[in-house]
Write a protein that binds this ligand. Structure first.
Ligand code: SIN
Length: 278
């Protein structure tokens, strides 16, 4: 008898990053063989997409739990009576207050929770309401970004750390970040499962390179941000309700395109706790 794992099909989403997995229903628990196959596809492609899913909170958290420990929402705000790991991302407002985090407009490239000592290894985002135009999520391949750096830049950043700091509720780079959480992490990190090196800085949160004069640190960071965001490393996802995306924050970064404040956007997010970057 053929199993779910035997029947999985894979469709690349772009030359640089991302694959659609066809043949898995996440409203049901996944068996070990299916999980292993999905993990392999995820490690090879960094971002996986499953379309036409019907995911309630319980099945969303159960799916995350299969891959690691769901991380509690760190902002202090609660989005679910039952699951402290559930976050809503939405611009829908009730009594003037957005029902979700990160409500409006464009977001600069970043990796989730890189301002924490143990950033998220994975993020699982489920789309419920999507604007007709914009609000796409863009993904960049951080392995390719590292591998294609000029040798002199690789030599400059080798073994160095950078400060990642997040000013709460900001979606584009803020000049003042003194009030937010901050963590130092290696600029080049090695993925614990694949052994590959990835460039681990981002425009939204990375502030300075340890041990370099301020102007040199800024010059190199600006170069790294422009380098890693090149179109040839990026896949832009146009959401449909029912889409589930799971991305690997250890080797990819993501951003969001602008969208109209007059259109509703509602997604549910669960992240999985990662290891200390090394
Ligand atoms: C996120 O960075 O987790 C949100 C991405 C999005 O709203 O598309």
């Amino acid at each position: 008898m053929s199993t779910v794992a035997d029947n999985i099909a894979v469709r690349p989403l772009s030359p640089a990053i991302g694959a659609e997995i066809i043949g898995v229903d996440l409203s049901q628990p996944i068996d070990e063989a299916t999980k292993q196959k999905m993990l392999d596809i995820w490690h090879d492609n960094l971002v996986i997409l499953l379309r036409d899913q019907n995911l309630d909170e319980d099945s969303h958290v159960r799916f995350a739990d299969a891959f690691g420990e769901p991380a509690k929402v760190s902002s202090g705000r609660s989005f679910s009576k039952k699951h402290p790991s559930v976050m809503l991302i939405s611009n829908i407002r009730e009594n003037g207050e957005a029902i979700g985090a990160l409500p409006d407009g464009e977001m600069h490239f970043h990796t989730d929770q890189c301002h924490q000592p143990r950033p998220a290894k994975a993020t699982i985002l489920y789309a419920m309401e999507i604007p007709r135009e914009g609000g796409d999520t863009l993904f960049a391949n951080a392995y390719l970004a590292y591998e294609t750096l000029p040798d002199e830049i690789k030599a400059k950043i080798e073994g160095r750390r950078a400060l990642n700091a997040y000013e709460k509720d900001t979606t584009v780079r803020a000049n003042n970040y003194e009030n937010g959480a901050a963590s130092w992490h290696p600029i080049v990190r090695t993925h614990p499962a694949t052994g590959r090196k990835a460039l681990y800085v981002n425009r939204l949160m990375t502030r300075e390179i340890e041990g370099l004069p301020k102007d040199e640190s800024e010059r190199i960071l600006d170069f790294l941000f422009d380098h890693q965001e090149q179109a040839k490393f990026v896949y832009g996802h146009k959401w449909r309700p029912g889409d589930v995306l799971m991305w690997d924050n250890r080797c990819s970064l993501h951003a969001r395109t602008d969208f109209s404040a007059g259109e509703r956007r509602l997604l549910r997010r669960v992240t999985i706790l990662g290891e200390v970057p090394a």
